[in-house]
Design a protein around this ligand. Sequence first.
Ligand SMILES: [Zn+2]
Length: 366
Amino acid sequence: MYLALYRKYRPKSFDEVIGQEHITSTLINQVKTGQIGHAYLFTGSRGTGKTSCAKIFAKAMNCASTKNGSPCGNCEVCNSLDDPSNIDILEIDAASNNGVNEIRELREKIKYSPINAKYKVYIIDEVHMLTDSAFNALLKTLEEPPKHAVFILATTEVYKLPATILSRCMRFDFRLVETALLEEHLKNIFNKEGIKYDEPSINAIAHAGEGSVRDTLSIADCVIAFSGENVNINKTLEILGSSDKKIVSELALKIIGHDLGGVLEVINDIYSSGKNLTSIGKEITIHFKNLLTIKNCKNYEKLLNVSSETLQELILQSEQVSTENLLIFMQKFSGIEAELKYAISPKTLIEITALECASLDNQKKN
Ligand SMILES: [Zn+2]
């Protein structure tokens, strides 16, 4: 079975975590000095290493013979914690079930000491998805945790957490990973996997990953699945410039042309073809940013990783819209990105936003 690159290359020690040294150095220090807190909050965009760091940290604080602050991976404790049936490190995914039962169960069992480890660690992923009652239950536990308990809360949307929870946690903000670091990481992995590549395709994949290690490697998986062991820029662009981008470009064209009817038609086409509407907000923001780049940067060809065919299309569009309007479009669509994920009708939200943009007055074209 083919193992996704993201899973295969999930970091097992702090020095394998990419672009988060401001966090890992503090955690390493705490492991070395044994000053472990009761509650941690890991926040930041998806795919930046929150869960990986939580798992490494949970093992490191328990490992009997840590190596420079990271778990050794060989001792009895490390081995027992690797066993999926261990109950000393527990992962709760708040997104999948609002967590009410899990938190209740957690409160009942937390008083029992860990079995093999020193600390009992609870990793709560997407903690912002907990219901109010689950938050209240969690808060009671955070107020008086048993000595052996450590909480690591992870979230992409920290602003949704109650202040009472925030104030009890040591907070760590994970950053988007720089493109240069993603490129380096990709090259290492491609070399290990025996995959041949050219520099432009590495650059294009890393750019498309937009600061997320997970997204970058998922895109790399798609490119490899399509092009085999010889990755080159043409095949990479074919994958990156997939049909979704054509649809996004069409929608942008209708917005720019103030064609309200056209806007509704394109959105309806996207909807009825079963495509994921929630990603459209993000993709069209990128599209408008590309137009903005063409209008305002002399070396736009270097900045945009697109095929020459796409570039011609973008240039044509950029001539029909003002920088001011592009800024407004980007603000409006990036503003609904988070909302789209939980909207009951993403279609309506996209429609309202697109129609608002399409009805903006014509402004000067420069
Ligand atoms: Zn160990």
